[in-house]
Design a protein around this ligand. Structure first.
Ligand SMILES: Nc1ncnc2c1ncn2[C@@H]1O[C@H](COP(=O)(O)OP(=O)(O)OP(=O)(O)O)[C@@H](O)[C@H]1O
Ligand SMILES: [Mg+2]
Length: 481
């Protein structure tokens, strides 16, 4: 080999992988970067090298012919505390990333990995000598159904794996339907607080005047209608995780209150005097541009910095097209598990799905698959069915998580909307705008439920067909038939 000999003091990297081709390319890249390299193809070989005192950094596969690299990792670290192990695995699920971190791995790279990235990981492992993270014992439930083999999602998994053992505040950013709530749950379920509650509060769904009592509780008689003492979300989430969803919709006075609680670690119920300790991990989420909200004075900059300790940005679905087929299959499987007929996509369906740009992200894909599972005749879904399904519901309305009934949900939205204008009023003509907002999903879902049959949809709605046609036209809804 033409590579230069590394100096005697060069750090030694052990490459443990049963794939000879991987050992060769990694050895070449590391030698070129100035490291000494030893290779082994078995878990036993790796253990022997460690016992012999060889190696400053280990690059380890997970599946060895003689055992599982992750299972062996705690043993290696017990014998050589501080050893930096970079796990590389073709089983690139979130659970592998988290298990690697829990087992004490320094880093985790999904296969296929980028050689430059691996060399960078080795360099930071060498730099980080002596620092080890205290991790909780591995204890994992079933694999969380977070699908993502695309490079963009693998990055997300690695960040999740790093924050799971901590209590750092996380800010999840991403367009609507990208999986923010699912990720928040994963962070909770995989972490040391998993035995305590995960409590989600949707700021957009609570009337502004009730937000503080919702979060902090209230004493009896604190305000009109407060007939009894009620606990708030902070108390309910004690020792667990509090998920503040749609944080961009939080009214300013509630923001001030929240900031004070985060700074002091204490809160009092509305109308109460007793100070309670706030022992919750906070995860916030928004699909809004908080920087812009700060600029126009709708979001407190100091609260933003308190919450944005670890930003976690979820890529839109169009930026992870590799994941779409697996996600589509996952949602069809789930529909079948829920009792809908089992369906498969043919090539034309896969092509149609690949051509769409998914403004509603994963939720749009999920809704489409569920609808196709319910409505398609036969076992196979083709391209026409996909296009028909996409036409019929251009943008599915986002469900309102926290409200349980329609008028509650509407009230929440209206209150949040009003709150956005502070002391001002929204533009005139609110009545018609609100009715239009409600009418559109009603019409779209009725059409979806009747496979686009306008006669049947009109009957379902209890209006005549001409009225339906007129309304579809007014609302700009495209429909066949
Ligand atoms: N990577 C994924 N794998 C499997 N299912 C996913 C994934 N991401 C999202 N989902 C599913 O897609 C749906 C939408 O996700 P979620 O509600 O977490 O999105 P969101 O970002 O909170 O959306 P919104 O901003 O509209 O509240 C959920 O049913 C969720 O389970
Ligand atoms: Mg959400």
């Amino acid at each position: 080999m033409s590579d230069f000999e590394p100096s005697a003091s060069a750090p030694t990297v052990i490459v443990a992988d049963d794939d000879a081709a991987i050992r060769t390319v990694v050895r070449r890249a590391l030698t070129r970067a100035g490291y000494a390299v030893r290779g082994t193809e078995t878990a036993a070989g790796l253990a022997r090298l460690i016992d012999d005192g060889v190696g400053d950094v280990v690059i380890s596969d997970v599946m060895f012919p003689d055992g599982n690299g992750l299972d062996g990792l705690p043993g290696l670290l017990a014998r050589r505390p501080g050893l930096k192990v970079i796990v590389v695995s073709a089983q690139n699920t979130l659970s592998t990333a988290v298990r690697a971190t829990e087992a004490g791995a320094f880093d985790y790279l999904p296969k296929p990995f980028d050689l430059d990235e691996l060399v960078r990981a080795v360099a930071s492992a060498v730099d980080a000598n002596g620092t080890t993270v205290d991790v909780s014992p591995p204890h994992l439930g079933d694999d969380l159904q977070l699908i993502g083999r695309s490079p963009a999602m693998q990055d997300v998994f690695r960040t999740i794996a790093r924050i799971v053992p901590t209590t750092l505040t996380v800010m999840i950013l991403g367009e609507s339907g990208t999986g923010k709530e699912l990720v928040a749950r994963a962070v909770h379920d995989l972490g040391p607080r998993r035995a305590a509650p995960f409590v989600a509060v949707n700021m957009a769904a609570i009337p502004r005047e009730l937000i503080e009592s919702e979060l902090f509780g209230h004493e009896r008689g604190a305000f009109t209608g407060a007939a009894a003492r009620a606990s708030g979300r902070f108390e309910q989430a004690e020792r667990g995780t509090l998920f503040l969803d749609e944080i961009g919709d939080m009214p300013l006075d509630a923001q001030t209150r929240l900031l004070r609680v985060l700074q002091s670690g204490e809160f009092t119920a509305v109308g109460g005097a007793r100070v309670q300790r706030a022992d919750v991990r906070i995860i916030a989420a928004t699909n809004q541009d908080l920087r812009r909200l700060i600029d126009i004075g709708r979001f407190r900059e100091d609260l933003y910095y308190r919450l944005n300790v670890v930003p976690l940005r979820l890529p839109p679905l169009r930026a992870r097209a590799d994941d779409i087929p697996a996600l589509a299959r996952h949602f069809l499987d789930r529909a079948a598990a829920e009792g809908l007929p089992r369906k498969v996509l043919d090539q034309s369906a896969a092509d149609a799905i690949a051509r769409h740009d998914w403004p509603g992200n994963v939720r749009e894909l999920e809704n489409l698959m569920r609808r196709l599972a319910a409505l398609t005749r036969g076992d196979t879904i083709d391209g026409d069915a996909v296009r028909g399904g996409l036409d019929r519901i251009a943008a599915p309305p986002p469900p309102v998580a926290a409200a349980t009934d329609l008028s509650g949900a509407v009230a929440g939205h209206l209150a949040a909307y009003l709150a956005r204008f502070g002391d001002d009023l929204p533009p005139d003509g609110w009545y018609d705008r609100v009715l239009a907002e409600i009418e559109r999903p009603l019409l779209q879902l009725s059409l979806a439920a009747t496979a686009g049959n306008q006669i049947r949809a009109a009957r379902l709605l209890g209006i005549n067909r001409n009225t339906l046609r007129k309304k579809l036209l007014e609302r700009g809804i495209v429909s066949r038939g």
